[in-house]
Design a protein around this ligand. Structure first.
Ligand SMILES: [Fe+2]
Length: 437
């Protein structure tokens, strides 16, 4: 299979791809006999009756229907948690985590499934609300093992190492700086795409139980800007040579289940629709900021949003802080001190984050939960308060945020897995009372 891509020009648009000429039926979805002896199968990512702009479905033309799989049995996983019930009680303090080391394969072999480590959870997968933020540590490919998440879609944010993602609809190659979205209910596998040290990979994962991610509305920004639809890339149809059995692992109702299949689930020869995996390169994000004074709210950095049933109050937003010019006059340029109804889980792909020049490391994470105050550390405050306000480029930086209306509960792994930065609060200890009436 080759990792070639087509433009995904807008989420509502229909796309099509065929790996064998003539495999895609013309003019109808399920003809009496599909060309080349293929089976037609529909995957619906929304209710049939969802409004047209939110309706997601794809037709698959495949060598075997996906119903052909043995019975599922439970598969234990100590570190994968789902919903607020999977978290532990934690104080309303800002929290931060050091990068969790990626073990060597000889010490602890980890593929994408084994390497999942849930950090924070909220909501309820059965109620299709909320999300989880996971880390995933990988040092080996999945081989003949596939993963399907029936609880939610998965947004991968690679932090270290290139990844090759095999999906039902084709291949996606992603590297740090890019992200990939894997729709709910669609089998995939994620493999480190390198040898030697390059085979050690770390990624952040947002597992979204709620409404599928979509592009945010632009309002007065107009028809261009932020993430542009033409920069979301879908795979082209590709199928795997059938070389015997597969282990299928499914996340379903917060638990993992496994089954043996006689053949590969990656047997789709042609497809058309708009429920598709995609990748997106964050360097194509058109960043908007102040050209006079003050900061706009960080919502201007939203790449994708999963709305909830309350207008403007997201189940989850995916927000990035990419390289950008700071030019505002008479302005404290790092993020302000604040507290927020929304809960913020942050990660750092590379470089430095301007509110925390030290301490917040690439591969690490932080949690500023609903109404938990946070802001620049003492070093960042002192530096920014005294800085000469010439135009300044923030370069070599990519931080991001999974922001949710639902309060996060950290997992037992997050609290006692060894990565918690117990000295985080000290970064604000040096802030003095500067009041001089
Ligand atoms: Fe914040």
């Amino acid at each position: 299979m080759n990792a070639t891509l087509t433009y995904l020009a807008g989420f509502g648009n229909q796309h099509q791809s065929e790996a064998v000429p003539g495999a895609l039926p013309a003019g109808r979805n399920s003809p009496q006999r599909v060309a080349h002896g293929l089976y037609a199968e529909l995957v619906s990512g929304s209710a049939f009756t969802a409004p047209r702009h939110a309706n997601l479905r794809t037709w698959l033309y495949r060598r075997r229907p996906s119903v052909q799989v043995g019975g599922y049995t439970p598969l234990a996983h100590a570190w994968l948690k789902t919903g607020s019930a999977g978290g532990v009680n934690a104080p309303p303090d800002p929290m931060r985590w050091h990068p969790v080391p990626i073990p060597d394969e000889t010490t602890l072999p980890l593929d994408f499934i084994d390497g999942l480590r849930t950090m924070v959870v909220n909501g309820d997968a059965d109620a299709q609300t909320g999300m989880a933020a996971h880390l995933v540590l990988m040092n080996r490919p999945m081989g003949r093992r596939a993963f399907t998440n029936a609880d939610g879609e998965m947004l991968l944010v690679p932090q270290q190492g290139r990844l090759r993602i095999t999906t039902e609809l084709g291949l996606l190659d992603v590297a740090p700086g890019e992200v990939a979205l894997l729709p709910r209910g669609m089998p995939f596998k994620v493999d480190p795409h390198g040898d030697g040290p390059a085979r050690l990979a770390r990624a952040y994962v947002c597992e979204n139980y709620g409404a599928p991610f979509r592009l945010p509305e632009l309002g007065p920004i107009g028809s261009n800007g932020l993430a542009n639809p033409r920069d979301f890339l879908a795979p082209t149809a590709a199928f795997e040579a059938d070389a015997g059995g597969y282990e299928l692992v499914k996340k379903y109702g917060g638990e993992l289940w496994r089954a043996d299949a006689a053949s590969t689930p990656f047997n789709v020869v042609a497809w058309h629709g708009n429920l598709v995996p995609f990748k997106y390169d964050t360097t194509t994000f058109m960043t908007i900021g102040s050209i006079s004074f003050d900061h706009p709210d960080p919502s201007i950095f939203t790449v994708l949003t999963s709305p909830s049933d309350t207008p403007g109050t997201a189940n989850c937003d995916f927000v990035i802080f990419p390289p950008r010019w700071l030019v505002a006059e008479d302005t404290f340029r790092p993020p302000w001190y604040h507290r927020n109804l929304m809960s913020e889980f942050m990660g750092l792909v590379h470089g430095q984050y301007d509110a925390k020049p030290e301490g917040f490391k690439p591969g690490g994470a932080s949690l500023h939960n609903s109404m938990v105050p946070h802001g620049p550390d003492a070093e960042a405050f002192d530096k920014a308060s005294a800085a000469t306000l010439a135009p300044h480029k923030l370069d070599d930086t990519l931080a991001f945020m999974f922001e949710s209306r639902w309060r996060f509960r950290p997992t037992a792994f997050a609290m006692s897995g060894g990565a918690l930065d117990t000295g985080y609060a000290a970064c604000w200890a040096g802030l003095q009372d500067r009041f001089r009436p």
